[in-house]
Design a protein around this ligand. Structure first.
Ligand SMILES: Cc1ncc(COP(=O)(O)O)c(C=O)c1O
Length: 414
């Protein structure tokens, strides 16, 4: 006999309204939800292949790159990170991870699972690296691949990247940038900054759901991967010859097969997550319609408003403000205030989600995001107003209204 079903399991999904003002995911742009409700198509339907090609063109524009290999990986952001590592890195290869938070640790962990000889250099949480420091480590370690976040949401810090691509190329290392949390919130001109590989996600500044990850990589990285091309039995085209390199250890994340799948030859691989592709296409379309500079300015403005509000409330913003991500702000939880109780009250009473952080920062800071669809004045002001009310209820002493006034002033002065 099958176990009894809880009665709620047969009700439809009807979540309470939420304003997601944490480090991501955030609320999807309603246009993205609309695109996702379009009927499914077969992945080899000419209409669908056209959507795929359009999505590639849209993301080349988003990434500001001419890279042919600009496509999407079906999975959350880490699936794209893992796809690159497992396809580029061979067991024993040296990988240098410049880590300034939890997501640097994630890349080190993935590289280790790929059998790499991993060296991790760490910047104190709340700070970033001087590129000259990374260059010294590259000289000393001669890595095949250097991995780094652009923005690490766990610490809210943004690593300056303008020089790192050139440095890596000068030393023959591939630079892999994890832009999950920063893509479309802050500039990342991939070709101008000579970055070999960038992976992203929709659920932060692109205002979509998690579950598909845009990625771009250079011709040189593509040809390294092509050397390892071993097409799955049953899919091999006439005249197929396996690459001389080592077979990629994952089938799902085999970037050589994924390139064939997205390319002209449209070789079968996985069954495309068509709904997610619609979402990725719509996110990029919406971003490009607003324009790179306008979107970055909207995020920067929201960031200034949040910071001004928190400071006016007498709270201390976390980390090096000069290198803060524009889309998320960390703030120290004041003494005597329960961080969890505040977050629970924000959610239960106001329907607003904010985050805490991980590891050494868990329970010590809150993270307030204002990104993608939610990098809006009304969303910022509502969040600050709710935080003021909840903090006052917790007995925290400050000038009531000062936060909202300061944020409004930033928007008014705009
Ligand atoms: C910088 C960064 N990298 C990687 C990830 C992992 O993303 P996902 O949970 O989509 O796999 C996150 C998630 O927040 C992130 O912020």
């Amino acid at each position: 006999m099958s176990p009894a079903l809880p009665p709620e399991a047969l009700t439809d999904i009807h979540p309470l309204p939420r304003l997601l003002m944490g480090p991501g995911p955030i609320n999807a742009d309603p246009r993205v939800l609309r695109a996702m409700s379009a009927q499914l198509l077969g992945q080899f339907d000419p209409q669908f292949r056209a959507y795929m090609r359009e999505t590639q063109a849209l993301y080349r524009a988003v990434f500001e790159t001419a890279n042919t290999q600009t496509l999407c990986i079906d999975g959350t952001a880490r699936s794209a990170i893992e796809t690159v590592m497992v396809s580029v890195v061979e067991p024993g290869d040296r990988v240098l991870v410049a880590s300034f938070g939890r997501f640097g640790q994630l890349k080190a962990e993935i590289a280790r699972r790929c059998g790499a000889d991993v060296r991790v250099i760490e910047a104190e949480w709340g700070t970033v690296f001087d590129p000259a420091h990374i260059e010294r480590e590259i000289r000393a370690f001669s890595p095949r691949l250097v991995a780094c976040c652009q923005g690490d949401t766990s610490t809210t810090m943004l690593q300056p990247l303008a020089d790192l691509g050139r440095i890596c190329r000068a030393h023959g290392a591939v630079l892999q940038v994890d832009a999950t949390a920063s893509l479309c919130g802050t500039p990342l001109p991939v070709d101008a900054w000579q970055i070999d590989v960038v992976t992203g996600a929709l659920q932060k500044c692109l205002a979509g759901p998690s579950g598909i990850a845009p990625i771009t990589f250079s011709d040189s990285v593509a040809s390294t991967i092509q050397r390892r091309r071993h097409i799955e039995e049953g899919l091999r085209p006439a005249g197929y010859r396996a690459g001389e390199g080592r077979i990629i250890a994952s089938n799902y994340f085999d970037l050589a097969m994924i390139m064939d799948y997205w390319g002209e030859q449209a070789l079968n691989h996985h069954t495309e997550a068509t709904t997610m592709l619609y979402a990725a296409r719509e996110c990029a379309r919406i971003f490009l319609l607003e324009g790179h500079e306008a979107v970055y300015a909207r995020h920067a403005l929201a960031s200034r408003a949040v910071v001004a509000a928190l400071q006016a409330m007498g709270l201390r913003v976390f980390g090096d403000l000069a290198n803060k991500m524009p889309n998320v702000t960390g703030v120290w939880i004041p003494d005597g205030v329960s961080g969890d109780r505040v977050r629970t009250a924000m959610l239960d009473e106001f329907g607003i989600e904010i985050g805490t952080s991980f590891g050494p920062l868990h329970g010590r800071i809150w993270r307030i995001g204002a990104m993608g669809y939610n990098a809006r004045r009304d969303a910022v002001l509502t969040t600050i107003a709710a935080l003021e009310a909840v903090l006052a209820g917790e007995g925290y002493r400050f000038a009531r209204g000062a936060g909202v006034d300061a944020a409004r002033e930033v928007y008014r002065a705009q």
